[in-house]
Design a binder for this molecule. Structure first.
Ligand SMILES: [Ca+2]
Ligand SMILES: [Ca+2]
Length: 217
């Protein structure tokens, strides 16, 4: 093959790869509102601690998970998770995920790719808010199911359904969403919460392959 033909084919290949990358990025990205303050109702929820973690065990960045708590709000039939990290996060692009075993059955689902590798999850809730001109966010916000996990579409089941608050201490992050969005099949679910930044997983909250069980009935 002539050198010029190879160069032209190479350029075409690079263009195709770039287009595929941006297509996937756009497919996963959602616009969602920025809340400048957190309602007292939310900060004053009766949070129940689920998992605690040590400091200094992060993989890539500064987001070092300390504690995951939850609250079920019967008034709005929504479930809320509070992530606390050890040090203030400087990044404007934190990443939070919640991997959920929705049927309390560890025999099905996918193996979790974080450090708690024995955990098997059926769905994942993720939020990756990137600030746009102090008015809104663009990034991950939604729920993926088995199909989406396979195709790496992290918001294929629900898009933009997760409410997100970053507290002023820069160490506390809260997410909440309608419980029905998980389509749970029993009153018991198992979860792992993870923190990161720039859309990259960094630290699971919980040690030694641990996960938390929540009784909702
Ligand atoms: Ca940690
Ligand atoms: Ca399961």
């Amino acid at each position: 093959m002539k050198r010029t033909v190879k160069i032209v084919l190479g350029i075409f290949l690079v263009i195709i790869l770039i287009r595929l990358f941006f297509f996937n990025a756009e497919e996963n990205h959602v616009s969602f509102p920025m809340h400048l303050s957190t309602p007292d109702k939310v900060t004053n929820f009766s949070w129940k601690s689920l998992l605690v973690d040590v400091s200094g065990d992060t993989k890539y960045g500064d987001a070092d998970g300390k504690e995951l708590s939850y609250h079920y709000d019967a008034q709005t039939d929504s479930i809320w998770f509070k992530y606390v990290i050890f040090q203030e996060l400087e990044s404007d692009f934190p990443a939070l995920s919640l991997s959920v075993d929705i049927d309390h059955n560890q025999e099905n689902g996918f193996g979790w790719y974080g450090s708690n590798a024995v955990f098997r999850y059926d769905k994942m809730v993720s939020v990756g808010p990137k600030k746009i001109e102090n008015r809104s966010y663009v990034g991950f916000n939604g729920i993926t199911n088995q199909e989406g996990i396979k195709s790496r579409n992290w918001v294929n089941e629900k898009r933009g359904n997760v409410t997100y608050y970053r507290l002023k201490d820069n160490k506390t992050f809260i997410i909440g969403f309608p419980l029905q969005d998980l389509s749970i099949s029993s009153g018991i679910i198992n979860v792992i919460g993870s923190v990161g930044e720039d859309a990259v997983w960094n630290d699971d909250i919980g040690q030694d392959d641990s996960y938390a069980t929540i009784h909702l009935d």
